[in-house]
Design a protein. Structure first.
Ligand SMILES: [Zn+2]
Ligand SMILES: [Zn+2]
Length: 180
């Protein structure tokens, strides 16, 4: 299965594999354009090789478990102080859905069933850099009312909000759904 076809993959770079599909369309090679098809280990290395050439990669890494073999294309070596490496080092939360990411905090009321508003400690966008003392933090409209009535976060407002830990990706899903 090509990663661009995999709805359960949240790899930030997954769409770059669409370039291999483009190449497959131009070369009239169906296995580069079909999302999924039967293949053995040797096929996979060959497709990884085609991807390496198409995307100008520098190597391929295979991660294997008993049921699954993933072929990961390495495209760059990052500087130790690059944004991506800093993000990775800050990643402390292991989400069942999204894997490892930075921590984010939301009130107990926010979910993906009913939109409840989305107040943030500061304006955020996906993938933004955070300083060491900053965290993604958001709460619902009801919590905002309680917070204002209490002149800011105090014991009572915090008890009402019962802030919980979520992953960065869950945070932005909640933001998209709950924002007015
Ligand atoms: Zn709330
Ligand atoms: Zn998550």
């Amino acid at each position: 299965m090509w990663n661009w076809f995999n709805d359960h993959s949240f790899e930030p770079n997954k769409d770059s594999t669409l370039a291999v599909r483009e190449f497959g369309i131009k070369s009239d090679y169906p296995k580069l354009t079909a999302g999924t098809f039967p293949a053995d280990e040797f096929d996979c290395w060959e497709f990884a090789g085609i991807s390496l050439a198409t995307l100008e990669g520098i190597g391929v890494y295979r991660a294997a478990t008993e049921e699954l073999q993933s072929y990961l294309l390495i495209t760059a070596v990052l500087e130790e102080d690059s944004r991506e490496v800093i993000h990775f080092n800050q990643a402390k939360v292991e989400c069942k859905i999204h894997g490892r990411s930075r921590a984010a905090f939301v009130c107990q009321h926010l979910n993906l069933e009913h939109p409840k508003g989305f107040e943030e400690a500061f304006e955020t966008y996906k993938g933004m850099g955070l300083s060491e003392d900053d965290d993604f933090q958001a709460w619902c409209d009801e919590c905002e009312k309680v917070r204002i009535r209490n002149n800011g976060w105090n014991e009572y407002a915090e008890e009402f909000a019962r802030i919980k830990l979520v992953c960065e990706y869950c945070y932005f899903e909640l933001k998209r759904f709950n924002i007015a």
